[in-house]
Design a protein around this ligand. Structure first.
Ligand code: MEV
Length: 314
């Protein structure tokens, strides 16, 4: 018996990091996906194959003793195997279109597609149940996750999210996102821990930034209703300033933001920062020109569209 799922990556448009501290964030799912196939096997094993390596282990291992980026898949398979007695073991294979560790939600998409495919071998689950499993799996590699990335990967589209839940933004804006990759890998967990240190040292400043970010998100939500791309771009630029202050930028990312700002409506880091990607907000008039600017400077870049489907099981 086989079960297949796929789930999209994401871009955080506004509010990364602040969302970990209770503020809202605005995110969208993008048209780059992770595909997971799960298959019931007769051996009492969990066997995982991916383009970043393989992992094969007996069932019932202590999750804290597993040192592999594939750990969330093991967690999901082991947890669901324990809850039943019909299937002996699971073989999992993963294929991804999402560059790894650069802020585009590859780990969350893995957790969501993994939860979808593996749970599909057992009883049927709702999207919300799959999301809950995916967030638990993500916590095995990143304990303090806000849950934002898994949520947008599961439900797709554009959403405003905070730790209490999410609301879909129903407008279908005509923007395009030009992504450029610094090719500096980052660890979300480490960058989030550094922001926590900044907060502990600068409590008043961090509280002020949180309220400014909160105001920014409210105005972004009003701008979405008007579909005013120039105004949205100004908010992108303003949000980048907050990210600079909390220390998640560096010279390469600053240079990339400058390049993007020449032709687009506004550029900012997306995701954890410290490396990874930035996005530039564009439309059909300036997307090509913006891509050209990045290519001329030898940055890896591509444009993405919004994915409205989210988790797909088949
Ligand atoms: C990572 O894509 C986004 C962060 O805000 C962490 C999180 O929300 O869990 C940095």
């Amino acid at each position: 018996m086989k079960s297949k799922s796929s789930a999209p990556g994401k871009v955080i448009l506004f509010g990364e990091h602040f969302v970990v501290h209770g503020i809202k964030a605005v995110l969208c799912a993008i048209n780059k996906r992770v595909f997971v196939t799960a298959e019931a096997i007769d051996e009492e094993k969990i066997s995982i194959k991916s383009n970043i390596g393989d992992l094969e282990l007996d069932k019932n291992k202590n999750i804290d003793e597993i040192n592999s980026p594939l750990k969330p898949f093991y967690f999901l398979a082991d947890k669901l195997l324990k809850e039943q007695s019909e299937i002996e073991g699971i073989k999992i294979s993963i294929k991804s279109e999402i560059p790894l560790g650069v802020g585009l939600g590859s780990s969350s998409a893995c957790c969501v597609a993994g939860a979808g495919a593996i749970s599909g071998l057992f009883s049927e689950k709702t999207k919300d149940e799959i999301l809950e499993l995916a967030i638990d799996a993500e916590k095995t590699i990143f304990k303090n996750t806000s849950g934002a990335d898994c949520t947008v990967s599961t439900h797709g589209g554009i959403m405003v999210y905070d730790k209490t839940g999410f609301t879909k933004i129903e407008s279908e804006p005509n923007f395009q996102l030009v992504i450029s990759n610094s090719n500096i890998e980052h660890s979300t967990e480490k960058v989030v821990a550094e922001v926590q240190k900044f907060k502990d040292k600068n409590e008043t400043e961090f509280a002020e930034l949180c309220s400014k970010e909160s105001e920014l998100i409210e105005s972004v939500l009003r701008i979405f209703k008007k579909n005013e791309i120039k105004e949205l771009g100004e908010k992108v630029i303003e949000n980048q300033k907050f990210l600079e202050i909390i220390g998640i930028s560096n010279d390469t990312l600053r240079e990339m933001v400058k390049v993007g700002n020449k032709t687009s409506f506004g550029s900012k880091i997306t995701g954890a920062g410290g490396g990874g990607c930035i996005f530039s907000l564009a439309n059909e008039e300036n997307a090509e020109e913006t891509l050209k600017e990045f290519k001329n400077k030898n940055y890896e870049c591509f444009s993405v569209k919004i994915d409205f489907k989210g988790l797909d099981t088949f």
